[in-house]
Write a protein that binds this ligand. Structure first.
Ligand code: 3PG
Length: 319
């Protein structure tokens, strides 16, 4: 174990976390309602921090966290953490992508099937005594080329799910080469622009991916594509997506995440764009729940605690 092993949990987690931490001999304080100012007051006394996405872990935060040895993110995205600053302070970062990858992959398949088979409209119509077949004619996945951008945990889990659909799965990952497995073929972005029918995003939000999918990016595809964003809202410029949905370059879109997910606080411009997007028949939305299943709620904790234990053991061995 670490010389001291006192963890602060500042977000709501599944209660399984308590037993998991007790099993590895860690003390914790569970304060899911705590606000940033209160965290900053008490953070100096903790060795470990478990977060979700409530609090930005910026330079000011990390300067105060004088004893912090690790930050464990109960989820995948590390975009709210100042990674450089954490590294300079030798604070280890753990995320739990392995814990929600199955949820994300299943949700991704669910969204495309919902779009292609018009499940939402058909269901709504039948429940309203409307029996229409022709307007609800579907599109098949069979024979399509699906490009997975980012072949990490989520990308791989999605490729695996697609293997039964007769889809050609190609993937681009900036940080990997020669990653062919039985589920996907590595491809350059050039090949993807020339061949993809469906494009799904499985990349983190960084300064490089922020607003990556804009007019210019969408304009590079040879075919009209279907786009799925189950990564981060800031990656897709909604104004440009709307324009390309109108032009037909984007034949349909599934969005689990949005540039601004606080729907009650959209600016006038954001509202105008959002209202047009939701009015289109070929868009599907979900409220950032791709990784949000009953099972992943627990699996995330399992993954995090096993990473914390591994870290604690390695610290102990190096004493
Ligand atoms: C993630 O990064 O794991 C998902 O976006 C969910 O994030 P959340 O813990 O903030 O809900």
């Amino acid at each position: 174990m670490l010389p001291k092993n006192n963890i602060l949990i500042v977000d709501k987690l599944h209660t399984s976390i308590f037993q998991f931490l007790e099993n590895i001999g860690f003390a914790y304080e569970y304060l899911p309602e705590i606000n940033r100012e209160q965290i900053l007051e008490i953070i100096p006394k903790y060795d470990g921090l478990i977060i979700r996405s409530k609090t930005k872990i910026d330079k000011e935060f990390l300067i105060k966290a004088i004893n912090l040895k690790f930050i464990a993110r109960a989820g995948a995205g590390l975009d709210l953490i100042d990674l450089k600053e954490a590294e300079s302070k030798n604070i280890q970062l753990f995320s739990a992508n392995e814990g929600n990858k199955d949820a994300v992959a299943e949700h991704t398949i669910g969204m495309i099937l919902m779009l292609f088979n018009k499940l939402a409209t058909a269901n709504f119509e039948v429940k309203n005594n409307i029996w229409q077949r022709e307007p609800n004619r579907g599109i098949e996945l069979m024979g399509k080329t699906w490009a997975i951008i980012g072949y990490g945990n989520n990308g791989q889990a999605t490729a695996q799910r697609l293997s039964g659909f007769g889809v050609k799965v190609i993937s681009y990952d900036k940080f990997k080469t020669n990653f062919t497995d039985q589920f996907a073929i590595p491809a350059s972005m050039k090949y993807i622009f020339e061949n993809a029918d469906i494009v799904s995003l499985h990349i983190p939000l960084t300064s490089e991916t922020n607003r990556l999918v804009d007019k210019d990016f969408l304009g590079k595809f040879k075919k009209n594509i279907f786009l799925l964003n189950i990564a981060r809202g800031e990656i897709v410029v909604l104004k440009d997506l709307l324009a390309e949905l109108k032009s037909g370059k984007v034949a349909g879109a599934c969005l689990d995440v949005l540039e601004n997910e606080k729907l009650a606080n959209l600016s006038a411009d954001e509202k105008l764009i959002f209202n047009q997007l939701i009015a289109l028949p070929n868009t599907i939305f979900t409220p950032h729940i791709a990784g949000w299943t009953h099972e992943s709620y627990i699996k995330i904790n399992e993954v995090l605690v096993s990473k914390i234990k591994q870290f604690a053991d390695s610290e102990l061995n190096s004493l």
